[in-house]
Ligand binder design. Structure first.
Ligand code: HEM
Ligand code: CU
Length: 558
């Protein structure tokens, strides 16, 4: 073993802090994450105020342009940069440092995504790409926009292979051992990210020649389907990232032990295998897909509810066990023993609670008849601000309060912790007001993705007003919370007093049964993933291609 490697292992085992070269990578990813949150949040407020009739979109911009930027900044940049920064830090910590090659890949991925984003941003700023983050044909943006997207996808692939190489190397050096649990989560996330982004890459390569004008028409159904094979999976990538912290980190923060390691790995495996063929639940009212196929996708999307219920059970089991060990008595005494004043616990706890409501709303949406009621209304926007904006975002915020100090070699001060608690409360109140208002106004017909209109003072449209005002109030609280969050992150990164904060990874229970080695059969899991993808997509894709309707020329609707 080389001296270098030995020093790395000592560093990790003795918790001597993070490896400087690896820290730079994750720190850079985090800086971009939180700038995206700030800018995306401001744009969200502009939309919210506009919908409520309180703000004209500033001259030279239009609503759909701003909505496109809001979607891309928060869906693509905020989440992806966080996921990569977080897991690369986790891999560095649990696998004993990244190799020089993987570091280089992480930087190449970073560069590709930033350059891709800037290239995509130019036509958005010119109002040549106001196609929203879903960029559905037959709406067509400037080809430059799609070229930017290609670079972003390439960046994602490079970062995925960086993970695979790191994990493969560790396994070679540790034959017969289970990979550390956080690396296991990372493998699942990047397997899904890699396979799902193949779909969107194919879509974009269909669109580019059409947007340039080399081919006249495009198969609209095919492109929508390819998009959602990716988009639906992306949602669960955020979800697995969030629960990795629930399973692995939070037990440590509350002073407890991890729930069954085997069960944790089974949850990851199930989510990886079952996930991709659920995309049609985003296309429930699309024509041209036979009912049995839609039914199968709905079944598959409900099937991933099962590992989610396992997660809910596991979390509360850990909370109760820990609370009781700390002396909590009676039916609920353990509950009061949890560290409510620690933002690293409080923020993700609220995130979990939000998922109960978010998940229930999601089940509504997968039902054909109920979907008709809320389809393309603000209900849907309310749903994903609860799931993504609360469950995922608050978990990420909670992570930031230990990850950033770990990376910057600084302390989480009591002041910043208090700020974090305040942030979580403001965010929760703001997001609840906004998303409840969105759900309700959606039920009475207010459309999503539509700039302010009262439809000639129509009485139905006028009845939306009170809800839209609440939406705007929620949005205003949210922007304050965004600013506090971004301030806290930059404080922890550059200003807080120096000190060592560990990477909080919980241990297993003392007498836990050893995890069986079959959980490591990634070849099998990927094979099963491919089988379920084939089951979900081969028939409809072949039908869309063989029985293709006349394609569509490009349209510029804005
Ligand atoms: C300051 C906080 C935020 C405010 C005020 C806000 C406001 C809004 C509003 C009003 C819309 C609906 C526009 C419409 O359909 O006409 C919207 C859409 C959206 N928001 Fe937010 N949002 C905020 C934060 C977030 C966060 C944190 C995320 C994700 C992490 C997010 C993701 C999205 C997405 C994906 C859309 C859909 C875009 C589309 O339909 O193309 N938002 N937001
Ligand atoms: Cu979905």
């Amino acid at each position: 073993m080389t001296v270098l490697k030995k020093s790395m292992i000592e560093r990790v085992e003795n918790k001597l802090g993070a490896i400087p070269e690896d820290v730079k990578i994750s720190k850079s990813y985090m800086v971009v994450t939180f700038i995206a949150l700030l800018v995306g949040g401001i744009l969200g407020l502009v939309q919210g105020l506009n919908r409520a009739g309180l703000l004209e979109i500033p001259n030279g911009f239009n609503y759909y342009q701003i909505l496109t930027a809001h979607g891309i900044l928060l869906i693509l940049i905020f989440t992806a940069f966080f996921t990569i920064g977080y897991f690369y830090a986790g891999l560095s910590h649990t696998l004993g440092g990244l190799s020089p090659k993987v570091r280089k890949m992480a930087w190449i991925a970073f560069g590709l995504k930033i350059i891709g984003f800037i290239i995509a941003l130019i036509p958005i700023l010119q109002n040549e790409a106001s196609v929203l983050y879903t960029f559905y044909p037959p709406m067509a943006a400037s080809p430059i926009f799609y070229i930017g997207l290609v670079l972003i996808v390439l960046g994602i692939w490079v970062s995925a292979f960086g993970v695979f190489i790191s994990v493969a190397k560790w396994r070679k050096q540790h034959k017969g051992q289970n990979i550390p649990i956080l690396a296991f989560f990372a493998t699942g996330v990047f397997v899904l990210l890699f396979f799902s982004s193949i779909f969107v890459a194919v879509e974009v390569f269909m669109i580019i020649p059409w947007a340039i004008g080399w081919v006249e028409t495009i198969n609209v159904m095919l492109s929508r389907t390819l998009f959602w094979a990716f988009g639906h999976t992306l949602v669960n990538i955020w979800y697995i990232t969030a629960i990795s912290a629930w399973y692995v980190i939070i037990p440590k923060i509350i002073g407890g032990k991890r729930f069954s390691d085997t069960l944790t790995r089974v949850v990851v495996i199930l989510l990886v295998i079952l996930n991709i063929p659920g995309g049609f639940h985003h296309q429930i009212v699309d024509p041209g897909i036979s009912e049995p196929i839609k039914y199968m996708h709905v079944f598959m999307s409900l099937a991933i509810g099962f590992p989610s219920l396992m997660t809910a059970f596991a979390m509360f089991a850990v909370f109760e066990r820990t609370g009781r060990k700390k002396g909590g008595r009676g039916l609920f005494g353990w509950f009061t023993k949890l560290p409510w004043k620690d933002v690293r616990f409080f923020a993700p706890f609220v995130a979990m609670v939000a998922f109960i409501a978010g998940g229930a709303g999601g089940i509504v949406q997968t039902m054909h008849q109920l979907n008709q009621v809320i389809h393309n209304t603000l209900w849907v926007v309310g749903h994903f601000h609860l799931t993504l904006g609360m469950t995922v975002a608050l978990t990420f915020f909670g992570i930031s309060y230990w990850l950033i100090p770990y990376l910057s070699g600084r302390k989480l001060t009591a002041k910043v912790n208090t700020l974090g608690i305040l942030q979580t409360i403001l965010w929760t109140v703001g997001m609840s007001l906004m998303s409840i208002a969105m759900h309700l106004v959606g039920l009475i017909g207010s459309p999503r993705r539509t700039s302010f209109s009262n439809y000639g003072e129509h009485e139905v449209a006028l009845s939306w007003d009170p809800y839209l005002i609440i939406l705007a109030i929620g949005g205003t609280l949210l922007i304050i919370a965004v600013i506090i969050q971004v301030y806290a992150v930059f404080h922890m990164m550059f200003l807080s007093p120096r000190g060592e904060e560990g990477f909080p990874i919980a241990e297993e229970e003392e007498h836990a049964t050893p995890t069986p080695y079959w959980t490591e059969r990634w070849g099998t899991w990927v094979f099963l993933l491919l089988i379920t993808v084939a089951m979900g997509y081969v028939i409809p894709l072949v039908e869309f291609i063989v029985n293709a309707p006349p394609g569509s020329p490009p349209f510029k609707t804005w």
